[in-house]
Design a protein around this ligand. Structure first.
Ligand code: CDP
Length: 729
């Protein structure tokens, strides 16, 4: 393998599973047993492993196993690019697991929990290992927010980026790992940018002072479309050039965004390119623009189903859970009326908040004479490879985070995707055979799209990122090695918000409260609310955990109802859950009543028009939050309290403490205006307070569509808000 960046590795055929390393390794994945691994695995597991072996060997990345290993024996950093589906996420950790330097665990990060879990399952199958369990035979595990499934012998650990950042707080030198693989770097989430910055500092420290770690940490950066040169330069800039002075000081200043890389250090960064397999995909545009993706998708699904032969599943890219669930229902309704002669249609939703079991269904082959229709968010763009897809329908939009500097608020906006995202989506149709991609936009709309998606760090609320950095000892935030430097205004807003939350001291150092907040897998605002609720004078932690659990899910606990009749029926049925104080207290009542229901929770949900699927998620988050509060000594016992007295006032006070920026008051012209920024805002129709005129409101979500909406709202008194501000001064 070449090490002078950005030269590429020439594929070298690996004729058959290698038998190097003294004949111990049985395959590039390395199921050898120098560390006593692969103990007592069952026959069924081994059978599955053997069945998958030829599939692995047919992947485009397979011939690169040895060059990849060689590169990391030589250098500590490898930048690896390759098309989605070429085998990067499943194979690279297996290639490395048997390396002599790899005595500890391999971490591999994913932007989304669904990918982390499904990859762990797949790699465990390929290795003939159990996964996730406490059994010593489990070699593969995963760690995602609110769900840690790793055992004592986990060798390959898939984890979300957020979880790796949490681990970095506890163990800055990453001493439990031999390698960290950062996957899906092209998505450029804020978390990936932070991880890359921390890793660059670690690699740079290792190069200057080898004693910092007993064995070097190997870093692999993987991506479907990355800017290889930029990444090589980023890591090389942090390295001393080989001619560095004897005391190990850096010759080249550790600045970034320089025009030229540290020329002598670039050969310490290896690169590798894996060519993917792609069949031709025909693109079909709409002749006229549309905004009704649901209807257009529905028509196309049935058109494809009636005209195109099986096999060939359909993958539809939509914007979010609500649209997906709406279309799922419509497809089911229309499919019921289909002639018995026609093969069946099986719609399967795929979005981040979907419970694990439902997510796994998309990987299973379609039943006999059935076509799968996967209704997905942009999660299926690169993160998850869905097998069997021949038809893609792309709505051309995705939900993205957008920070509004003027307001200091972040919202999710539905925005046009970039050209590179559209190309990725189209590519999903040509993985296994020639395919078709229907774009629900015109060709000229496509031409007008941005080339690339703007990295999240340039458009999101940075308070969580900065809290993580401060907790990890980064005092000089502006000089942190960012791949792209966020706007100064956004940095200042975030620092100010952390100061208001009490996470930072006046001098900008992290406070004790801030340290606790950083250890919670919550936004700074929610973390602060939780800590406030644990104070003896508030004494409402269990209740606040229930509310936060309901706020932490993607979407709503209440079913989204389409027809007026159903809406009216739901209003009636939910009356016993609704609270006049607002949505937060309504969530609390819902979670508490659901938890108390012992006989049939599903039926309870149906009666109250509540999503059972979502409530299961809420209960899981609630359990995890209780455990984490116990670990942080905020809670003495994880047991739920007995019947509690009315704690509404204390709960609202805690909410104000975290959401002080998200408050608005009613003006004489009957319009709500935010306390900060004086922005006009309306109570969202989904709120139990919709249409009410209240002195002041607090909201936990800000939605921007044709106008600005406050979602998840509570009624407050203006003097409570003023008192909270005074308390901060
Ligand atoms: O990381 P990259 O996109 O390059 O590929 P990968 O995720 O390693 O996937 C390689 C192949 O493994 C895919 O084409 C799928 O056929 C298979 N795979 C699977 O069946 N189930 C998964 N959960 C993940 C991958």
């Amino acid at each position: 393998m070449s090490s002078a960046a950005p030269k590429q590795v020439k594929p070298r055929a690996e004729k058959r599973p290698e038998r190097k390393n003294g004949g111990r390794s049985t395959q590039p994945g390395g199921l050898r047993s120098p560390h006593g691994w692969q103990p007592h695995v069952s026959g069924a597991l081994l059978k599955k492993r053997d069945e998958l072996q030829p599939v692995r060997m047919a992947l485009p990345i397979w011939p690169q196993a040895e060059p990849i290993r060689h590169a990391l024996r030589r250098n500590n950093v490898l930048v690896l690019t390759g098309e989605t589906g070429s085998g990067k996420s499943t194979q690279v950790p297996q290639f490395l697991a048997s390396e002599p330097w790899c005595t500890k665990t391999i971490a591999i990060t994913q932007p989304r929990r669904v990918a982390a879990i499904s990859l762990a399952r797949r790699v465990a199958d390929e290795m003939g290992s159990l996964f996730g369990s406490q059994s010593p035979a489990a070699r593969v595990g995963y760690s995602v927010r609110f769900d840690n499934a790793t055992g004592p012998n986990t060798k390959i650990k898939f984890l979300t980026e957020g979880m790796l950042l949490q681990e970095m707080l506890r163990d800055p030198s990453m001493s439990q790992y031999s390698a960290v693989i950062v996957d899906e770097v092209h998505e450029r989430s804020v978390n990936v940018d932070l991880i890359l910055g921390f890793l660059r500092n670690l690699v740079s420290d290792m190069a200057r002072d080898g004693k910092k770690r007993k064995a070097p940490l190997k870093v692999v950066v993987m991506s479907a479309t990355a800017d290889v040169k930029g990444l090589v330069r980023f890591f090389a800039d942090g390295l001393p050039s080989p001619s560095g002075s004897a005391n190990g000081t850096l010759d080249v200043p550790s600045t970034q965004n320089k025009a030229e890389p540290n020329p002598l250090a670039t050969d310490q960064i290896s690169t590798c390119f894996v060519e993917g397999r792609q069949y031709p995909v025909k693109t079909i545009y709409l002749p006229q623009p549309t905004l009704d993706w649901t209807e257009s998708s529905l028509k196309l699904i049935f058109q494809i189903h009636y005209k195109e032969p099986l096999p060939g599943d359909i993958l539809v890219f939509l914007t979010g859970q609500e649209v997906i669930e709406g279309l799922e229902k419509l497809v089911n309704d229309y499919a019921e009326g289909m002639d018995k002669e026609i093969p069946k249609l099986l719609p399967l939703p795929l979005f981040a908040a979907l419970p694990q079991q439902a997510q796994q269904r998309i990987f299973q082959p379609a039943p006999y004479r059935t076509r799968k229709v996967i209704l997905a968010t942009n999660i299926a763009e690169t993160s998850v490879t869905v097998p069997g897809v021949r038809y893609v329908i792309d709505c051309g939009k995705s939900k993205v985070k957008q920070f509004r500097n003027k307001l200091g608020l972040e919202s999710l906006l539905v925005k046009p995707i970039s050209k590179s995202a559209a190309i990725q989506r189209k590519g999903r149709a040509g993985r296994e055979a020639p395919g078709q991609c229907y774009r629900l936009y015109t060709e000229s709309e496509y031409t007008g799209l941005e080339e690339r998606t703007v990295p999240e760090i340039l458009r999101c609320d940075l308070s969580q990122a900065i809290l993580t950095m401060k907790a990890r000892g980064v005092d000089d935030v502006p000089n942190f090695p960012f791949l792209d430097r966020p706007p100064r205004e956004a940095l200042e807003k975030a620092l100010m918000q952390l100061l208001n939350l009490g996470a930072l001291t006046e001098t900008g150092c992290i406070s004790d409260i801030g340290l606790k907040m950083a250890k919670l897998p919550l936004t700074p605002a929610l973390g602060r609310i939780l800590i406030e609720a644990a104070k003896p004078e508030r004494d409402c932690l269990h209740e606040v955990i229930d509310i936060i659990s309901a706020l932490s899910i993607d979407g709503s606990i209440f079913l989204n109802l389409v027809t007026e009749e159903r809406k009216e029926a739901a209003e009636e049925a939910r009356r016993e859950l609704y609270r006049r104080e607002g949505d937060h207290m309504t969530f609390l009542a819902t979670v508490q009543q659901y938890a108390e229901e012992q006989t049939d929770r599903k039926a309870w949900c149906e009666r109250h028009f509540v999503s059972h699927r979502t409530m299961q998620n809420v209960m899981n988050i609630r359990k995890q939050l209780r455990q984490q509060c116990q670990a942080l000594k905020l809670l003495s016992s994880p047991d739920p309290p007995g019947p509690s007295e009315n704690k509404t006032e204390a709960i609202i006070a805690c909410l104000i403490r975290g959401f002080i920026n998200n408050t608005a008051r009613l003006m004489p012209d009957n319009v709500y205006r935010t306390v900060i920024g004086n922005q006009k805002i309306s109570i969202h129709p989904s709120s139990v307070l919709f249409g009410r005129r209240l002195e002041a409101i607090l909201f936990s979500t800000f939605v921007f569509t044709n106008k600005t909406w406050a979602r998840d709202v509570s009624a407050v008194q203006l003097n409570w808000v003023e008192e909270a501000w005074d308390g901060m001064m």
